[in-house]
Design a protein around this ligand. Structure first.
Ligand code: ADP
Length: 253
């Protein structure tokens, strides 16, 4: 063994071995940092609604405030927020676990889009807004439920972040090796300096405004994971106060 080691010491093999061990160590270090970051982020996200709930309930117990409907509604909203965070985290964990089993089948992309859009039509109708689906009839080979999850997240963001004005357009396209769609809104847009972070877990542009919209900052992370699991990509173009375009590109097969 010693002789072998001696021989190896003079050889390229040992250097290669050392490089791989170092590489492995630094990957483990990065993973550990990510895990710690996630724990910190989750704790941070839970702290705000819990603090609000505690102070409301304390005030009621101590008789400082009479419980009225407004207070109860505010408590209820915070429990909804915690529930949504837990749901999103559960989804994210499932999606990010290496064994995301995609159940791929072939179907018309526009059928899926149309079906998903129907779920939003009532809300948009009440706000005097519309959502249009454009582009060719192309088929896609993808997991129907997961891709619907992508659409729901992108459309609900387009609705959420353009409340007062504007319509939403979903446009299907086909290229030589890809199919995909754009989700366009003419809403509040995203500042250029924030664009690189928008797909990160828990990231929310302009945090105070987003608290009112009740987002958790996990939706786009889930979207990106699903698209990448399909071997696809998601692109984003956005201009503050003008609107955003999210483009999903999927391989044809
Ligand atoms: P959230 O639950 O906060 O909506 P997402 O991960 O879906 O989380 O989005 C992350 C952030 O990206 C949002 O908080 C918002 O600041 C920004 N964002 C996403 N979609 C849009 C959009 N269509 N227009 C403007 N900003 C958007």
């Amino acid at each position: 063994y010693q002789v072998r080691l001696k021989e190896a010491a003079n050889s390229k093999e040992l250097n290669m071995l050392i490089t791989s061990v170092n590489h492995l160590a630094s990957s483990l270090e990065t993973l550990e940092k990510l895990r710690k970051q996630l724990t910190e982020d989750v704790a941070h996200e839970l702290r705000t609604p819990i603090t609000i709930l505690q102070s409301h309930i304390e005030a009621i117990i101590e008789g400082v405030w009479e419980p009225n409907t407004e207070w109860m509604q505010s408590c209820y909203d915070e429990t909804i927020r915690i529930g949504k965070l837990v749901d999103d985290l559960e989804q994210l964990a499932r999606i990010e676990s290496s064994n995301l089993n995609l159940n791929k089948k072939e179907y018309l992309l526009k059928d899926l889009i149309q079906k998903t859009v129907t779920g939003f039509e009532g809300e948009l109708f009440n706000q005097n807004r519309s959502i249009n689906v454009l582009g060719p009839e192309v088929s896609v080979r993808a997991d129907y439920d997961r891709l619907q999850q992508v659409l729901i997240n992108l459309i609900s963001n387009a609705v959420k972040y353009s409340k007062e004005k504007g319509n939403i357009i979903i446009e299907v396209f086909e290229a030589e090796n890809n199919v995909g769609f754009h989700v366009k809104d003419d809403g509040i847009g995203i500042p250029e300096e924030e664009l690189p972070f928008i797909f990160e877990r828990f990231y929310r542009a302009d945090k105070s405004r987003n608290r009112l919209t009740g987002g958790t900052g996990i939706g786009l992370t889930i979207v990106k994971s699903i698209i990448e699991a399909h071997g696809g990509r998601i692109l984003l173009k956005s201009k503050l106060h003008e609107g955003s375009v999210f483009t999903v590109i999927l391989p044809k097969n």
